[in-house]
Structure formats: structure tokens, C-alpha cells
Design a binder for this molecule. Structure first.
Ligand SMILES: *Cc1c(COP(=O)(O)O)cnc(C)c1O
Length: 362
């Protein structure tokens, strides 16, 4: 008998999955794309050629093998992996969040992060049936230390995610508060994941915290660095802990082409450092332009995006879009983001287009 597909799906697919919406990627062809924190710079022509030749020689008929180990070694050196620590790779750091959720989904577990923050923390917990507790940020998107400490004491979360800098607010939190939360998590017996997706644009990082505390993990990605299309994320922590999480990794999750492209990029880290410096300069320029606009409130950023409150985000978003520039309206993500737009920092020309488009849309 041929089954009726809708009723078959209703029976076999988890009810909570059936109730979810798929992750939507907004169509962007033809726009100045300033919505997803990509690095705006393509590879210089000569490097494109060189990369093409490198990739052409890769043995794509073989499963990924030693090249993945070469990439781990190169990333360990690039990041300054401390003694006693190891690193595992994800197909983007999104996959690492999934691996963490799978590894830590013991019955009764709670995962936590401040809110608003990166949406995948809560989504990934939900997909594993783990309770997620979000703790609202304080004024100006600083950590609410008292509320965080109280929530840690009450829920004893097994995972605390700190996006540092935070997405979508762009700020780095007060380091003394971060350190006290790390201490509290140590007492509660949980892990702290410092998500440093925006590290190339930030003044500070958590490598010293990783070296000092066995319950701290640092997660990074090459996406905002300039390889969003390549999909390489990595997680650093104590070797024994990483070995457990690595068991959840699909064996060949990083393709030979991804590994080779990432190695190539690390060999040209100076080029990417130059791009990051230019992006930081444009960030400053965009911030000052936003500050000068009547009715616009930008927050200081340590990432390659700026969060700004405008009088009417829906109208500003539409006005900017009608002028050919795509940004992200984050108003609906959290009550504290009402009328907020998240503006990715682009090239000097793109920044000019964005500034002109926003000014004309107010
Ligand atoms: C973009 C982003 C990621 C995901 O990056 P991928 O490596 O591309 O999956 C993780 N965390 C934060 C905070 C991000 O903004």
C-alpha cells in the first residue's frame, strides 16, 4: 500500500520539529549586502589564481585525512592554543554548538546565555530537548551580574554561552563580570563557552581564561574572518574534554576543499589582518556618522557590525532596501531590541552607500 505522506510524516517526525520554522536566509542578489557580518573583500586576483590551483590539486576522490590534522595544527598555532588543550573542527561553529548540545544533553540539564544573544544557543538546546534559560542583559546590553549569578545558582547550568563580542549587540562585556561568572560556573559545576566569532575585530579575547580554567572553552570561526562560504569553526578546551566532544563530530565533517582553502587563508593571514584593520576603521566611521544622525542611537561595537536604534526600524529598513542596501532588522528578536537595526560594516564605498541610504530613510 502507498502511504499518505502527510500522515506518515505526522507519525514519524518529532512533534516539536513539525512546529518549527526553517532557518530563513533573506534573498540578497543585487543588493549591497550588509546583513550577515560577512567580510566584504573578495580575495585579490593573484590569490584567487593561486587558490584555484591549490584546490585543483586536492585529491577529492579520497576521504579527508591528514590535511584536517594540518589545519588543526595551523589553527592551534594561529590562535595560540595553550599547553594541555586541544582543538576540534566543525563545519562552521554552528555545528560545534550542535556537538556541544548533543554531548551535554543529559536528563535535567539546563543551558544558559544572556539575551539577546546568538539565536543558535537556544535553538540548538531546544532541538536536543534541553531546557534553555535566557537571562536579560542590563542597560546598554551589559551583563546583569546579579541576575546572572542568581540564575547560575538557581539552575546550575551545564553550559553557559557568552558571545564575546555579543551578536547582535556588538559589545564586549565587562571583563571583571565575565571572570566572576566564570568563577560561579566553576562552583556550579558547568562549562563556559566563550564564543569568539568576532575575535578578528575585537580588542580583547579569552585565551588567558582558557589557559587558566579547565571549565572554559573558546569557540571561534573563520566565517567573519573572511571565509563564511568555506564553513570552518573550531573549539578549544582541555584535551580530555575536547576528546569527549570530538566523539560527536561526524567523521568527515570538514571537506578536503574546506580544509585546503582554510590552510591557504592562514598562510595569507597578513592579507586578512589588513582587511580586518580596514573594517575596524570603517566601523569607527560608520559609528560617528550614526551618532551624528538625529534620532539614531548606535552602540559602541567590537565586532564587524553596529547595532543602532532608529525611530522606526521597519520604515528605515524598507527605505534602506529601496536604495539597494540590505541590513538586518532585529527588532523582533527581543523586546530590548525594539526599533533596532544591525548594520554590517562593509568596504568604504558600501559604508558610504549605507550612510546615505539610512540618512535618506529617516
Ligand atoms: C556568525 C556567528 C556564529 C556562527 O558562525 P559559523 O561558523 O558561520 O557557523 C557563531 N557565533 C556567533 C556569535 C556568530 O555571530
Amino acid at each position: 500500500m502507498t502511504p499518505d505522506l502527510p500522515s506518515l510524516m505526522a507519525r514519524v517526525v518529532r512533534q516539536d520539529i513539525q512546529g518549527l520554522h526553517a532557518y530563513a536566509v533573506q534573498p540578497s542578489a543585487g543588493f549591497v549586502k550588509l546583513d550577515t557580518m560577512e567580510n566584504p573583500y573578495p580575495l585579490p586576483e593573484a590569490l584567487q589564481q593561486a587558490l584555484g590551483e591549490r584546490l585543483g590539486r586536492v585529491a577529492i576522490n579520497r576521504y579527508p585525512a591528514e590535511r584536517t590534522e594540518d589545519l588543526k595544527a595551523a589553527l592551534a598555532q594561529f590562535a595560540g592554543l595553550p599547553e594541555g588543550c586541544a582543538l576540534t573542527l566543525g563545519n562552521g561553529s554552528d555545528e560545534i554548538i550542535t556537538m556541544l548540545s548533543l554531548a551535554c544533553a543529559v536528563p535535567g540539564a539546563v543551558f544558559m546565555s544572556p539575551l539577546p544573544s546568538f539565536v543558535m544557543y537556544g535553538l540548538s538546546a531546544a532541538l536536543q530537548g534541553v531546557r534553555f534559560v535566557g537571562v536579560p542583559l542590563a542597560a546598554d546590553f551589559e551583563l546583569d551580574e546579579r541576575a546572572m549569578l542568581a540564575a547560575i545558582a538557581e539552575h546550575r547550568p551545564s553550559l553557559l554561552y557568552l558571545s564575546y563580542p555579543n551578536n547582535p549587540t556588538g559589545n564586549l562585556w565587562d571583563d571583571a563580570v565575565v571572570d566572576r561568572l566564570i568563577a560561579a560556573m566553576g562552583e556550579a559545576g558547568g562549562l563556559v563557552v566563550m564564543d569568539e566569532a568576532y575575535q578578528p575585530f575585537a580588542a580583547r579575547d579569552s585565551m588567558a581564561r582558557l589557559a587558566a580554567h579547565p571549565h572554559v572553552l573558546v569557540m571561534r570561526t573563520m566565517s567573519k574572518f573572511g571565509l563564511a562560504g568555506v564553513r570552518i569553526g573550531y573549539l578549544m578546551g582541555r584535551s580530555a574534554l575536547i576528546a569527549e566532544i570530538d566523539k560527536l563530530r561526524p567523521p568527515f565533517n570538514v571537506s578536503v576543499l574546506n580544509a585546503e582553502a582554510a590552510l591557504f587563508a592562514l598562510e595569507h593571514a597578513d592579507e586578512y589582518a589588513r582587511q580586518a584593520a580596514e573594517i575596524r576603521a570603517q566601523r569607527q566611521r560608520l559609528y560617528e556618522a550614526l551618532l551624528a544622525m538625529h534620532g539614531v542611537h548606535p552602540w559602541p561595537s567590537e565586532a564587524n557590525m553596529i547595532l543602532a536604534r532608529v525611530p522606526d526600524a521597519a520604515a528605515a529598513f524598507a527605505g534602506i532596501k529601496s536604495r539597494g542596501v540590505l541590513v538586518k532588522n532585529v527588532s523582533a528578536l527581543h523586546p530590548s531590541l525594539a526599533n533596532c537595526l544591525r548594520l554590517t560594516v562593509g568596504t568604504p564605498d558600501e559604508t558610504t552607500r549605507l550612510i546615505d541610504a539610512l540618512r535618506a530613510s529617516l
